[in-house]
Each structure stands twice: as structure tokens, then as C-alpha cells.
Ligand binder design. Structure first.
Ligand code: NAD
Length: 496
């Protein structure tokens, strides 16, 4: 087993510029009625890096009033004007990519190169919806029995409540904000309390780009449940878009049902990654490493169960473990670091217990498996082979840098095991046989299938899941429709 020193790097010009980037954010643009604050900590050092306001429910309701008022005026602007403002926002976000990437790494921990990747990916949603804002939003149909023509149009749904998780603090925010404002909605955004800073910085940039001051309200708070129930009980909220755990998603769905609010739910995953004997070994190893380690494994589409056919399994495990052993663990701002800290201590304890449980059930530990001593929330890149189906790690969403590999013999067995979960977000298939690729992809219970690659996310793709992984889609044209309501006009015609 290869164990490396972790790169802790705390004092460096890069850390100083990250601190300066964090210090440049206006923490309370809206104003809070109380002086309450909460602490945001750098997961690599556990140091407090900012103390934003801990907004109350009343602050949230005042924010809703502002967003709703601004939204009504914004909806009357032309689509061209909204598009131009979003294009300008895209340019400013890219201009500020160094600052934004440093803020992301400081508050969330991912390696700086990945934070740059997130800035680009997140900004791409803004550019995509600047373009999409101009697309035709209606159609024209004939009454099949004659006598009328039906014209359909799409109108902005109204003010949206947008609740985001901590793992992609910029992309999860822009994937919701950009389509909402592109069609003419106002938004109240509740970022995760672990990572509110990036969202605050992004909102400031939107205002500089010409978005009306009140249109996007960021409510930082530790009282998520109180805030969201109060806002959802208010008739001005017409849409809730949530990304986070299935548990919280189902609470919100209950509240949305009570008040009849349209929802989009991007929830948890348990992605299977299938490697068949006829896969290209190098491609499968590379794809599995990306699908496992992107964002330190803290991604809803991360490969959670790696299922490998017996004929290729030994070679795959050897190649994969070798590739995982090259990972450099440390502070995301450190030189050459490819795996940052995980989000908090709770996650570290969960990973240790998942590894212990898998080994107790008979899994073989091939790499890593421990949390290094010292400050920060770190966990080694870990490979477990021959993971039994009954172990906890095969059933739960890992959300960290642990690869759980198990083996199968037949295609039918692989599909049966892949689908034996309540979740259905992403999945991955590696095979060089095109018939098998599409056939297996069709039969996987998943909203997204990566074929011979470990990445599924793309602005042009309708991101989302089936089963307990959620409802609705984000990105692409479908993501825009989530913020619109359809209406039609039934126009009487003379009989011919
Ligand atoms: P979480 O559900 O704990 O929190 C998500 C957000 O909801 C945070 O802003 C949190 O403050 C808020 N929240 C918590 N309790 C709430 C309540 N009772 N009412 C209203 N809001 C509440 O999830 P997390 O730990 O931040 O994120 C990890 C989860 O998110 C994982 O399950 C992951 O799979 C999922 N996720 C899904 C996608 C997707 O697109 N499907 C993307 C990223 C993350």
C-alpha cells in the first residue's frame, strides 16, 4: 500500500490571494434585522474564513417581497434585454475566474484546477440560458374537429425558491438562477450553510452585469427548514428547485404538495459503473477514476458501485488501484494536489465506518482506508475489492473518495444488481460492443448514462434522475421549462 505525506500548505501566495478573494465579498447585501452570524470554515484547515449573517425567517420574507416585486418588472423586459444581461454576466464571471475559483476552493476544499473547471461549467449555464432565452416559447395547433385554432405560450412561473447543496457551490446556483431569470422570474436563493460565499460573490457579479438589484436575493441562514416552510407557505412562491439529499427533498415535496407549488428535485444517487469483459481496459480505468474522484467523490453522479465482469476484473483492479495510488491528497490550494479535503468531520467518520464495515463483511482493502492525523478533514483515496452486496457501502451514497468494486459474471446479473437500489440518477457502461452499450443503457434505471466515459454533466444535457433521485430536469431546453407555465388561447374560427 502506498501512503504519501499530505500536502497541507497553509501559508503561500495562493492562500493569501484566496483569503483576499473571500474578504472581497459583501456578506450582507440585503441587510439583516438581527445581528446574528454563523461561521464558515475552510475544510482544509478548519479555520473560520467568514461570518455571514444568519438570516431570520422575517429576513427571508422581506427578501421574498423584494424578489417578487423585482420579478414582476423583470418579466416585462424583452427577452433580448434579459439575454444581453446574461451574456454580460457570463463575460464578467469568466473575467473573475481566478477570484471565484479561489473562493470555491477556500470554502469547499476542491483542488484549485477543479474549482476552475467548476467556474467554467457554472458560467456555461449562464451563457446557455442567455441563448435559450431567445428561443420560441410557443406553438400553434388546429382543433382536430375544426372550429378553432389553439395558440400556446409560455409565461414565467413567478418567484422561485432555489435551495442548493455545498458540493458544487457555483454550478448548482447558476444552473437554477440562470434559467429562472432568463424567462423573467425573481429568485430567493438559500445556499448551503457550509458554502454560502461563492453564491454571494456570483450574485454580486449578476448585479454588476445589469440584473436588477433586488431580483436575486441570497438568504444565508442556518435555519433552512424554518425558512423554507415559511416561504413555501407564502403564495408568492410559485416554484421550488432543490438540489440535495433525498430525505430533505421528500420533506419539501410534502410542503409543495400542501401549497400546490411546482418543483424540481435533484436528489441523491447511487450510480453503478459497469465494466464488461469486452471493454477497452485503459478507457474503463480512466473513466472509472474520473467518475469516482471528480470533486473528491462528493458528487451525486459519482460512481458508487463499480461492477466488473470476472474476465477483466483482475486487470481492471490492478490498473485502477495503480491510478488511484497516484492521487496527491492535500489542501486544494497546494501545488500538485489532486484530492482535497472532504467537507466535514462527520464525513470522515462516516468513511472510516464504511471501510471497517466492508472489511468486516469480507471486502479486500487494496489502497488507503484511513484519515490522516492533523488539522483538516482529509480521507485517503481508497480502493476496496470484492465488496459484498450486503455491506453498508454498497447500499449507501458514499459521497467520498472510496471506490467499492465488486464482480459479476453475466450481463443479466450486472443489470439486476445495478438496478437494485431506490435511486436512479447516473450510471456508466464500459463496453466496446455498440449493441450491448445501447441495450444495457436502455435497461438501466437511470436518468443519465455515461457510455465509455466517466462524465455525464453538460449544459446541453437534461440533467436529472428517476426513482428516488428526483423529479424534473436542469440544463438544456428542459431546464428552462421548469420556470415557465403553459397557457393557451382557443381562438374561434369560421366554419369552412
Ligand atoms: P442536504 O439535503 O443536507 O442540503 C441541501 C440544502 O438543503 C442545503 O442548502 C441545506 O441547508 C438545505 N436544507 C437542509 N435541510 C432542509 C430542510 N429541512 N428544509 C429546507 N432546506 C433544507 O444535502 P447536502 O449534504 O448539502 O448535499 C449532498 C446531497 O445532495 C447528496 O445526497 C447528493 O447526491 C445531492 N446532490 C444531488 C445533485 C443532483 O443534481 N441530483 C447534485 C448535487 C448534490
Amino acid at each position: 500500500m502506498i501512503v504519501r505525506e499530505i500536502v497541507r500548505d497553509v501559508e503561500s501566495p495562493l492562500s493569501e490571494s484566496a483569503d483576499a478573494a473571500v474578504a472581497s465579498i459583501t456578506l450582507d447585501r440585503q441587510g439583516s434585522a438581527t445581528n446574528a452570524i454563523f461561521e464558515v470554515r475552510d475544510p482544509a484547515s478548519e479555520r473560520v474564513i467568514a461570518t455571514p449573517p444568519d438570516h431570520s425567517v422575517d429576513d427571508g420574507l422581506a427578501a421574498l417581497a423584494r424578489a417578487d416585486r423585482a420579478g414582476r418588472a423583470w418579466a416585462r423586459e424583452t427577452a433580448r434585454r434579459r439575454s444581453d444581461v446574461l451574456h454580460h454576466a457570463y463575460d464578467l464571471l469568466i473575467e473573475q475566474k481566478d477570484r471565484l475559483a479561489r473562493i470555491i476552493t477556500r470554502e469547499m476544499g476542491k483542488p484549485l484546477a477543479e474549482a476552475y473547471g467548476e467556474v467554467q461549467y457554472a458560467s456555461d449555464y449562464v451563457r446557455w440560458y442567455a441563448e435559450e432565452a431567445l428561443r420560441p416559447a410557443g406553438n400553434f395547433r388546429e382543433n382536430p374537429v375544426g372550429g378553432s385554432t389553439i395558440l400556446t405560450s409560455r409565461a414565467p412561473i413567478g418567484t422561485a425558491l432555489l435551495i442548493t447543496p455545498w458540493n458544487f457551490p457555483m454550478a448548482m446556483a447558476t444552473r437554477k438562477i440562470a434559467p429562472a431569470i432568463a424567462v423573467g422570474c425573481g429568485a430567493v436563493v438559500k445556499p448551503a450553510e457550509l458554502t454560502p460565499l461563492t453564491t454571494l460573490a456570483v450574485a454580486e457579479i449578476f448585479v454588476r452585469a445589469g440584473v436588477p438589484e433586488d431580483l436575486i436575493q441570497i438568504v444565508t441562514t442556518t435555519r433552512a427548514a424554518d425558512l423554507s416552510s415559511a416561504l413555501m407557505a407564502d403564495p408568492r412562491i410559485r416554484k421550488v428547485s432543490f438540489t440535495g439529499s433525498t430525505g430533505v427533498g421528500s420533506i419539501l415535496l410534502g410542503q409543495a404538495a400542501q401549497h400546490v407549488i411546482k418543483t424540481s428535485m435533484e436528489l441523491g444517487g447511487n450510480a453503478p459503473l459497469l465494466v464488461f469483459d469486452d471493454a477497452d481496459l485503459e478507457r474503463a480505468v480512466e473513466g472509472a477514476v474520473v467518475a469516482k474522484l471528480r470533486n473528491g467523490g462528493q458528487s451525486c453522479v459519482a460512481a458508487n458501485r463499480i461492477l466488473v465482469q470476472s474476465g477483466i476484473a483482475d486487470a481492471f483492479v490492478e490498473g485502477f488501484t495503480e491510478r488511484m495510488s497516484r492521487v496527491v491528497l492535500g489542501n486544494g490550494l497546494g501545488e500538485g494536489v489532486t484530492l482535497g479535503p472532504v467537507i466535514d468531520d462527520r464525513a470522515v467518520r462516516k468513511f472510516s465506518s464504511l471501510v471497517d464495515d466492508a472489511v468486516a463483511h469480507g471486502a479486500e482493502l487494496r489502497l488507503g482506508g484511513s484519515a490522516p492525523d492533523g488539522a483538516g478533514h482529509f480521507f485517503e483515496a481508497t480502493v476496496l475489492d470484492r465488496v459484498p452486496e450486503a455491506s453498508e457501502i454498497a447500499l449507501t451514497e458514499i459521497f467520498g473518495p472510496i471506490a467499492a468494486i465488486s464482480r459479476f459474471d453475466t450481463e443479466a446479473e450486472a443489470l439486476e444488481r445495478a438496478n437494485s437500489t431506490p435511486f436512479g440518477l447516473a450510471s456508466y457502461v464500459f463496453t466496446e460492443n455498440i449493441d450491448r452499450a445501447f441495450d444495457v443503457a436502455d435497461r438501466l434505471d437511470a436518468g443519465m448514462v455515461g457510455i465509455n466515459q466517466g462524465i455525464v454533466s453538460n449544459v446541453a444535457a437534461p440533467f436529472g434522475g428517476v426513482k428516488a433521485s428526483g423529479l424534473g430536469r436542469e440544463g438544456s431546453g428542459e431546464g428552462l421549462e421548469e420556470y415557465q407555465e403553459i397557457r393557451f388561447y382557443n381562438l374561434a374560427r369560421r366554419a369552412r
